[in-house]
Design a protein around this ligand. Structure first.
Ligand code: ZN
Ligand code: ZN
Length: 203
């Protein structure tokens, strides 16, 4: 299988943008804020879609600019529309994602998993074919991810991790929006301690 996952990290900030595809076409997950750098990494491959795991500006700032080059649609869960508007007051995303939705690129599929908590419209993208799940801010290596030192709904976020992510095959790679990757098996071992610790900040 020539389909692969490339990580792109802008020089400023610590965001992980993900590029999934082959030599012909890609889907971009969480473009971040560096459109030029990201498009450089994409090269001459066609961008089929730009998927935002949630509406926080550090993830969506460059979404329209990245999508524009190949007239690709931008996908966002509708419950994060008001957050999206903080970065893009005049334009909406093109695709309203819902749980169970599927995107196809090259010879793989990405399934939308609605995982609210960090934001109401947070989603993860599960790629069974590549054994990976893109978790945005739902789950990072240290646990549930906070935003600006806060957990908008910690209990729901933990619930979403437990019910929607830890049920994936244990060797699945967890590719988060920030920081190093982990696996479902590792997250599963830590999960009880995250619940016991409550909403404390990992930093
Ligand atoms: Zn966030
Ligand atoms: Zn972020």
């Amino acid at each position: 299988m020539s389909t692969r996952i490339d990580q792109f990290s802008p020089e400023t900030g610590d965001l992980n943008a993900w590029i999934v595809g082959d030599d012909e076409e890609v889907i971009v997950i969480d473009p971040g804020s560096d459109a030029a750098g990201l498009l450089d990494a994409v090269g001459d491959r066609e961008v089929l879609a730009v998927i935002c795991t949630h509406g926080h500006a550090d993830h969506v700032a460059a979404a329209l600019e990245v999508a524009e080059r190949d007239e690709a649609p931008v996908a966002l869960h509708p419950r994060d529309r008001s957050l999206w508007r903080e970065a893009h007051p005049d334009e909406d995303a093109d695709i309203e994602m819902e749980d169970g939705g599927v995107f196809e690129v090259a010879d793989v599929a990405l399934e939308v998993i609605h995982a609210p908590g960090h934001t109401a419209g947070s989603v993860c993208l599960y790629c069974e074919d590549l054994g990976a799940v893109f978790t945005g801010h739902v789950l990072v290596a240290e646990g549930a991810a906070a935003q600006d030192g806060e957990f908008p709904d910690f209990a729901r976020q933990l619930n979403a991790i437990g019910e929607n992510l830890l049920t994936l095959p244990s060797d699945t790679r967890v590719l988060p929006g920030h920081g190093p990757e982990t696996t479902i098996a590792t997250a599963e071992k830590q999960f009880d301690s995250w619940i016991a610790a409550g909403p404390v900040l990992g930093d």
